[in-house]
Design a protein around this ligand. Structure first.
Ligand code: DX5
Ligand code: ZN
Length: 231
């Protein structure tokens, strides 16, 4: 399995000082920046678009930016996010009429691609596109909001996705998104995830303590991951 990547979701950051928030979380040891895009159509919430991604790049962010598109239709924004500096672009297969075409569009723009699976979306969407993706993202909550609880059935789904990826022989990351905390991250790793999105667990903890540094919660997550039986 791949090394662990911790991907703070900026959905729970303080948007009034987003550049500093991203700098701080990366300085604290985060690996990639998870960027949640919502359109009040595919999901019942509205967040940020390519201008904000571009602003983070202009601010000096060099880490991978992992754009999780919760938008429908999908294709319209792929070129815009690529130009804005996205590293990964992932989308929900139900939101695209032409999944293969959307994946090809991401690749044409030199970004890494991925499919995102809602809790009740079957993994069979992967059957004919394993050779065209760099990431599988399993949602462990229904998309739209931070701060929800991890849906336990996702553990079995992670094991299935891990098996499919291993059997495919392709170099694909397995990401988990929703309700990831210090107290469940080890079990999530053991079920097969290698890339861990965490929003409220990282930004919420530091804001509550008013510490504004994220070292302790990211350090605790890494310590838990190191204890996993497949670390
Ligand atoms: C939900 C988003 C998540 C969200 C996770 O639709 O995709 O990335 O920010 O938040 P937490 O970690 O608080 O569950
Ligand atoms: Zn997300």
């Amino acid at each position: 399995m791949k090394d662990n990547l911790i991907a703070p979701s900026i959905l729970s950051a303080d948007f009034a000082k987003l550049g500093a928030e991203v700098d701080n979380v990366l300085a604290a040891g985060a690996d990639i920046v998870h960027f949640d895009v919502m359109d009040n159509h595919y999901v019942p919430n509205l967040t940020i678009g390519p201008l904000v991604c571009d602003a983070l790049r202009s601010h000096g962010v060099t880490a991978d930016i992992d754009v999780h598109m919760m938008v429908k239709p999908v294709d319209r924004f792929i070129p815009d996010f690529a130009k804005a500096g996205a590293s990964y672009i992932t989308f929900h297969p139900e939101a695209s009429e032409h999944i293969d075409r959307s994946l090809a569009l991401i690749k044409e723009h030199d970004c890494k691609s991925g499919l995102v699976f809602n809790p009740a979306t079957p993994l069979s969407y992967l059957d004919y596109v394993m050779d065209k993706i760099d990431m599988v993202l399993l949602m462990s909550v229904n998309p739209g909001f931070g701060g929800q609880s991890f849906i336990p059935a996702t553990m079995d789904k992670l094991r299935q996705a891990r098996k499919m990826i291993d059997e495919s022989g392709y170099d694909i990351r397995l990401q988990i998104d929703g309700g990831v905390k210090v107290n469940n991250i080890r079990e999530i790793r053991e079920a097969g995830a290698d890339t861990f999105v965490a929003g409220s667990a990282i930004f919420g903890a530091a804001q509550e303590s008013d510490a504004h540094d994220y070292d302790s919660v990211i350090g605790e997550m890494r310590a838990e991951l190191a204890k996993a039986n497949n670390a």
